[in-house]
Design a protein around this ligand. Structure first.
Ligand code: 5AD
Ligand code: SF4
Length: 467
């Protein structure tokens, strides 16, 4: 056994990166690496990067500047620090990273994490190691799974990647280039991983993928299973109280997924369904493969299957060619749907994507102004959605102690944080909570059953919530 070494990993971007970071930690645990929160203590620092928008990749280079100083400080004490860049910037820029930041020892793309131990050995031998291939092997089968104690330490809510990559080629998006072609994991592999998580205390599972509802993994019957069928099977695993999935493409909402929402009480009625724009002209320029009408019809199918369903979405403002009229159509769509939450971004040209070749027509000032208007509208919808919970009883899955002593925090079906005064033994349980107030985006309330309550809940206005 190698002597213990310390690993610090910092992830940017999406949930896929969170999942990947955990698999890297689990894989390096086999080499006797243990995780540390402090980069300066680490023998190995991994920056798990995101390339989706400009700012995301710029952050990496400024972080590498800080790491260079940390590495120099360790060298003065006669200790080494290896620096690895993983994730989508690694995939997109490859050797360029080492040219721009010579402090980097290893560059590893998302399809190569199973080779991390060998890449580290190669860097020790040759100085640098760069791997950004798309190998044919099943990386998910080769990456280590977490040990039971590690699963417990990570808490009651877990992600499982079920599909990776994307074949949609929206004109603004780097994902088809950095994560590659759409690939679904076999059903049995996912079920085994989910059972292991449930056996070790996980109560909520979120299936993730760049285009998760394009899932079509091989089932035990030799046929390709759609996401809805996979969800039905996962619904049979004892202990899993809640199932979610993200991120969906409006075009891939099939009848199996709608049926899953109709039939499975454990499938949460909250769907992230990015639309990007409310203008058909812009949707077409984005190559989204759906119109506003298609999107509205899809929302309708979900609502018919489950009346309490709510939606979140992603929007891009200032795509090349977006007129004030196109933008108004986006606002109108948001008004029509009424979102529980949504993310909105300024368009950022990504090198190598078709949209990056189109001339930008929206000025920086107009883009800023459109973003503010959209975010104000979304914010008002989110606040209204949260306010509507006041006075109702909602089920909350409790996750952890809040920073405020005596408070426990959990989440509602719609991922709203909810705080109550209670004993920590409720962590991991789904319990009804009477919602009494709001503090920013958090709900405040009391357990509807008094069994676990700890003292009386102070008036909502006097409760300051934890993180
Ligand atoms: N510019 C701005 N936003 C983008 N997104 C993806 N690519 C870009 C880009 N080039 C947004 C989309 C997507 C979310 C993950 O990021 O809204 O749904
Ligand atoms: Fe990117 Fe479009 Fe694929 Fe989503 S569907 S990952 S936005 S190419």
């Amino acid at each position: 056994m190698k002597p213990p070494r310390k690993l610090h990993i910092k992830s940017y971007g999406c949930q896929m990166n969170v999942y990947d970071a955990q698999r890297m930690v689990d894989t390096l645990a086999r080499e006797n690496f243990v995780e540390t929160d402090r980069a300066e203590d680490a023998d190995l620092v991994i920056l798990n990067t995101c390339h989706i928008r400009e700012k995301a990749s710029e952050k990496v280079y400024s972080e590498l500047g800080r790491m260079r100083l940390a590495k120099q400080a360790r060298a003065r004490d006669g200790r080494n620090m290896r620096i690895a860049v993983a994730g989508c910037v690694a995939q997109a820029e490859g050797e360029e990273i080492v040219r721009r930041a010579p402090v980097v020892d290893v560059v590893v793309g998302p399809q190569n994490y199973q080779n991390l131990p060998q890449l580290l050995a190669r860097a020790e031998r040759d100085g640098k190691a760069i791997e950004t291939e798309f190998p044919a092997e099943d990386k998910f089968a080769l990456l280590a799974q977490p040990r039971p104690a590690q699963i417990r330490a990570r808490g009651i809510s877990a992600f499982v990647t079920v599909q990776e990559g994307c074949d949609k080629f929206c004109t603004f998006c780097v994902v088809p280039y950095t994560r590659g072609a759409e690939l679904s994991r076999p059903v049995v592999q996912i079920i085994d991983e989910a059972k292991r998580l449930a056996d070790n205390g996980v109560r909520e599972l979120t299936l993730i993928g760049q285009n998760v509802n394009a899932y079509h993994g091989e089932g035990p019957d030799g046929r390709n299973w759609p996401l809805g069928k996979l969800l039905h099977r996962l619904g049979e695993i004892p202990g899993l109280a809640r199932l979610r999935y993200s991120t969906s493409h409006p075009r891939d909402v099939d009848d199996s997924l709608i049926a899953a929402h109709r039939d499975l009480p454990t499938l949460m009625p909250f769907v992230h369904l990015p639309v990007q724009s409310g203008s058909d002209r812009i949707l077409s320029a984005m190559n989204r493969k759906h119109t506003v009408g298609d999107y509205l019809a899809t929302i309708d199918r979900f609502r018919k299957a489950r009346q309490d369903i709510a939606f979140s979405s992603d929007f891009i403002v200032g795509f090349p060619g977006e007129s004030e009229q196109d933008f108004s159509a986006t606002l109108a769509l948001v008004m029509q749907i009424g979102y529980a939450a949504a993310y909105s971004f300024k368009y950022s040209p990504r090198p190598g994507t078709p949209a990056a070749e189109i001339e930008e027509t929206v000025s920086a000032a107009d883009m800023d102004e459109r973003l503010v208007r959209l975010q104000q509208l979304i914010d008002s919808q989110q606040s209204a959605f949260n306010r509507a919970a006041i006075g109702t009883r909602v089920d909350v899955l409790f996750e952890r102690a809040a920073r405020n002593p005596g408070q426990i925090v959990g989440r509602t079906a719609y991922l709203q944080p909810a705080h109550v005064m209670a004993s920590p033994e409720i962590i991991g349980q789904v319990l009804p909570v009477k919602i009494e107030g709001l503090k920013r985006y958090s709900l405040l309330g009391q357990l509807a059953s008094s069994e676990f309550s700890r003292g009386n809940q102070p008036a909502a206005s006097s409760v300051s919530i934890g993180a």
